[in-house]
Design a protein around this ligand. Structure first.
Ligand SMILES: CC(C)(COP(=O)(O)OP(=O)(O)OC[C@H]1O[C@@H](n2cnc3c(N)ncnc32)[C@H](O)[C@@H]1OP(=O)(O)O)[C@@H](O)C(=O)NCCC(=O)NCCS
Length: 158
């Protein structure tokens, strides 16, 4: 069971520790690093990037980035799109990934959102079973990069 996970703003005080959160090398084909995520956020303001560190106590164990209330269009899923989710290699398998999504769902509901979209690379080692286990369902669509699109009805969560 995960300890209490808190989603924390990234500041000069915690940035280096958050950037140091890395997945297993074999998982790097499924998700970009925290550093790359900062660059993507900076370069794509129209995607309305929103990101937080996930902390167990004061220790950053994960990172999450959404496209938050964007205007969907070519190359832009939305209005709410889970853009990055990662848990550090040594912290995986303890419920942190699910706890991060629980926190995100609570924030989205408070903002009046009804669904969250995401995408993932299918295949061996893919996070697809993790997302399905949480309640995401494939929409049947595939994006330009060959990633499958999944939807979570926020009302389907307890
Ligand atoms: C996917 C990820 C965020 C899951 O985080 P985590 O903290 O290890 O997940 P949890 O411990 O909360 O797992 C919740 C459930 O999902 C299952 N699960 C987690 N990752 C899984 C995977 N890759 N394949 C199948 N099941 C998985 C767990 O076994 C657990 O199942 P249970 O409820 O039956 O016990 C983490 O493995 C990760 O960072 N992976 C690399 C980056 C990545 O692929 N991110 C997604 C980008 S699209």
């Amino acid at each position: 069971m995960s300890a209490q996970i808190r989603l924390v703003e990234i500041t000069d005080a915690n940035r280096d520790a958050v950037v140091a959160v890395r997945v297993h090398p074999a998982q790097e084909r499924f998700v970009a690093s925290v550093e790359k995520s900062f660059a993507d956020a900076r370069d794509n303001p129209e995607a309305k990037p929103w990101f937080r560190a996930a902390c167990d106590g004061d220790v950053p164990v994960g990172f999450v980035m959404l496209s938050w209330d964007n205007v969907p269009g070519p190359g832009l899923c939305g209005p709410y799109f889970l853009w990055r989710l990662l848990v550090g290699a040594e912290h995986q398998g303890r419920g942190h990934g699910r706890a991060i999504l629980d926190e995100v769902v609570a924030l989205l509901r408070a903002a009046g959102a009804t669904e969250l979209l995401t995408s993932c690379v299918p295949g061996e080692g893919s996070p697809e079973p993790f997302y399905r286990g949480f309640g995401f369902v494939p929409t049947g669509e595939v994006d330009d990069d060959g990633e499958i699109i999944l939807r979570l009805e926020l009302g389907s969560r307890p």
